[in-house]
Ligand binder design. Structure first.
Ligand code: ADP
Ligand code: ADP
Length: 223
């Protein structure tokens, strides 16, 4: 089944006349890891920001046949350096959004416990996030976004600031999460190895065309 559809998607930032994305088309299926690769500045983050509802795009952009509309839509994103609340514990950071959305404390506790187990940080649940390593902080950032149960997990260079060893562990974690949660994932990277390790579909952009020029099944996929 299809989750996301973009048709003739064009994007300009409000403060500029430049068309950053021009007439791009793509779809993302249910339970698919869609990895977008391309050089810096080609427009990858701009597409992700439209998917997250941070910026408005022209053309068609839908998730489960609903138009992604901007402010009312907003979804969480895992960034390269996701800002957590440093004075909050791991548990509080993951549960924060649920608390704001008025879930009961029992529901929050259950969901947070499940997520900490999923990301492998159950033992660190009461640590403050400033005490964590970079890899652990990105785990918390992932759990915080997963807490909202969006059908699409959005990640923008999530492991770009990590060393190669930690990065490899995080790529494995993403595949584990994907198998367990049955979520779709939209992930940006400029690391082709990462795309090959994590993607079902690999989409390619370049700065000249301002659009996704190729989408193909990952020929190296071996999960
Ligand atoms: P990538 O994620 O591939 O590095 P971006 O989507 O961040 O690329 O940027 C694409 C283009 O959009 C660049 O030319 C950049 O300068 C421009 N851009 C990004 N953010 C803004 C903004 N907030 N306002 C105006 N232009 C922007
Ligand atoms: P990750 O386990 O998320 O891949 P790292 O590879 O950076 O993170 O850290 C390796 C291990 O070192 C962690 O799993 C954790 O057990 C430990 N560690 C790192 N930083 C700290 C810290 N500030 N306090 C306690 N243990 C830590």
């Amino acid at each position: 089944m299809e989750l996301v559809r973009a048709e003739n998607l064009s994007i300009k930032y409000p403060n500029s006349d430049e068309t950053v994305i021009k007439d791009t088309n793509f779809t993302i299926a249910d339970n698919e890891i869609f990895v977008l690769v391309g050089p810096s500045g080609c427009g990858k983050s701009t597409i992700l920001q439209a998917l997250a509802g941070f910026i408005q795009a022209d053309g068609l952009l839908t998730m489960n046949n609903e138009t992604i509309t901007g402010p009312d839509w907003r979804r969480g994103v895992v960034f390269q350096n996701s800002s957590l609340y440093p004075w909050f514990t791991v548990k509080e950071n993951v549960g924060f959004g649920l608390k704001a959305r008025k879930f009961s404390s029992v529901e929050i506790d259950q969901r947070v416990k499940y997520l900490l187990d999923l990301i492998g940080l159950s033992n660190q649940n009461n640590m403050k996030t400033f005490e964590l390593s970079g890899g652990m902080r990105q785990r918390v950032a992932i759990a915080r976004v997963l807490a909202n149960k969006s059908p699409l997990l959005l990640m923008d260079e999530p492991f770009g600031a990590l060393d190669a060893f930690t990065r490899a562990k995080m790529q494995k974690l993403i595949l584990d999460i994907w198998q367990q949660e049955k979520t779709s994932i939209f992930m940006i990277t400029h690391d082709l190895n990462e795309a090959i390790r994590c993607g079902n579909k690999i989409a390619i952009m370049n700065a000249h065309d301002k659009k996704i020029t190729k989408i193909q099944d990952n020929p190296f996929q071996n999960i």
